[in-house]
Design a protein around this ligand. Structure first.
Ligand code: TYM
Length: 336
């Protein structure tokens, strides 16, 4: 069966949107939005899986993230932009998927292992079941494509496994086998303090990431203090081997200046880090500065943002309702 091409992607409203989220995901969403039907979601139900968040902080973060996405160029009229908890169909389908997914599959999820660490017995059941909710986020709209950063690839593969097993168990092609879309020069942006660690909202050090809320001075300071090595930048990709920080900073530079990695290497070959960091700061401030300014302007008008999210929630529920009806009928849940 041919499924209509539809894009879904989500982002957690925990802390700030950082450069990894922007380059690995949001910027690609902006590029896709004109050609496809897109649904973009602030996944607040995922945000409570890791630890307790102050309720006011969660509300603030959700609004701030929506502002960041609009400021980055997402058009909320053309696309659906909403927060996950507004549509209970995600949770309904997630329960069904909890009964489809196998413990063995979930046990293999590397992100769960990383997040749980040594404290496995003490993390929430929600953190373990998280990938089933993520599969539900996608499949409750029968989304065919999901643009994400590299770190979400395994979750999308699990989404395909769940769809396949559901279709097979009930002998009906209810769900598509969703494709991940991982593209651009920055599919995995690394920490500014350690080129072997992913840039992440949960890193204790704010110096490890550039946030979309950072001022130009903060960006300059973070880049200045970013970890490097003593050698000048190489003239080939091979020269980046074993130099994770150089590789990361050059990758960020290439992505922000819309160049390929080869072009960035050719431009920067032989330069010392002091000179290169000035170039990187300049491009980072020129790309992120206008987004930050627009975000601040939007944050001053919470009524506007809430109106967008309310409208997005309504449109999202209208799309998922027939899918839930189909799932109920397929499973045998009575709708008298
Ligand atoms: P989250 O909130 O951690 O990240 C949102 C998006 O940003 C990408 N990303 C990165 N890309 C490159 N380099 C990085 N350092 C980096 N850090 C984050 C992520 O790959 C993601 O695309 N589980 C998801 C949210 C989610 C979702 C979904 C995504 C829930 N349901 C359904 C897609 C479809 C997450 O925690 O993303």
């Amino acid at each position: 069966m041919a499924f209509q091409r539809r894009i879904f992607s989500g982002i957690q409203p925990t802390g700030n949107l950082h450069l990894g989220n922007y380059l690995g995901a949001v910027r690609n969403w902006v590029a896709l939005q004109n050609d496809f039907e897109c649904i973009f979601c602030m996944v607040d139900m995922h945000a409570i899986t890791a630890s307790l968040i102050d309720p006011d902080e969660l509300r603030r973060s959700t609004r701030e993230l929506a502002c960041a996405m609009i400021a980055s160029g997402i058009d909320p009229k053309k696309n659906i932009l909403f927060n996950q908890s507004q549509n209970p169909d995600h949770a309904t389908l997630a329960w069904v998927f909890n009964c489809v997914a196998r413990m063995g599959w979930m046990n293999r999820m590397t992100q769960f292992k990383e997040k749980a660490g040594k404290d496995r017995e003490n993390v929430s059941l929600g953190l373990f079941a998280y990938p089933a909710l993520m599969a539900a986020d996608i499949l409750v709209y029968k989304a065919t494509h999901v643009p994400v950063g590299e770190d979400q690839k395994q979750h999308i593969e699990l989404t395909r496994d769940i769809a396949q097993k559901f279709n097979f168990d009930y002998q009906k092609e209810v769900f598509p086998l969703t494709e991940p879309q991982i593209f651009g020069t920055a599919t995995r942006v690394m920490s500014l303090r350690d080129g072997t660690k992913k840039m992440s909202k949960s890193d204790a050090s704010d110096q490890s990431r550039i946030n979309l809320t950072d001022t130009a001075d903060a960006i300059a300071d973070k880049i200045k203090r970013a970890k490097t090595d003593p050698n000048p930048l190489p003239d080939s990709k091979e020269g980046l081997e074993g130099r994770p920080e150089a590789q990361n900073l050059l990758g960020i530079y290439a992505a922000l200046s819309n160049k390929t990695m080869d072009q960035a290497i050719a431009e920067c070959a032989g330069k010392g880090f002091a000179e290169f960091k000035k170039m990187l700061t300049e491009v980072a401030v020129s790309v992120l500065g206008p987004i930050t300014a627009e975000m601040r302007r939007l944050m001053d008008d919470p009524g506007y943002v809430d109106g967008i999210l309310r409208d997005g929630g309504e449109r999202a529920r209208a799309l998922s309702a027939p899918v839930i009806t189909e799932v109920y009928d397929t499973i045998g849940f009575l709708r008298p």
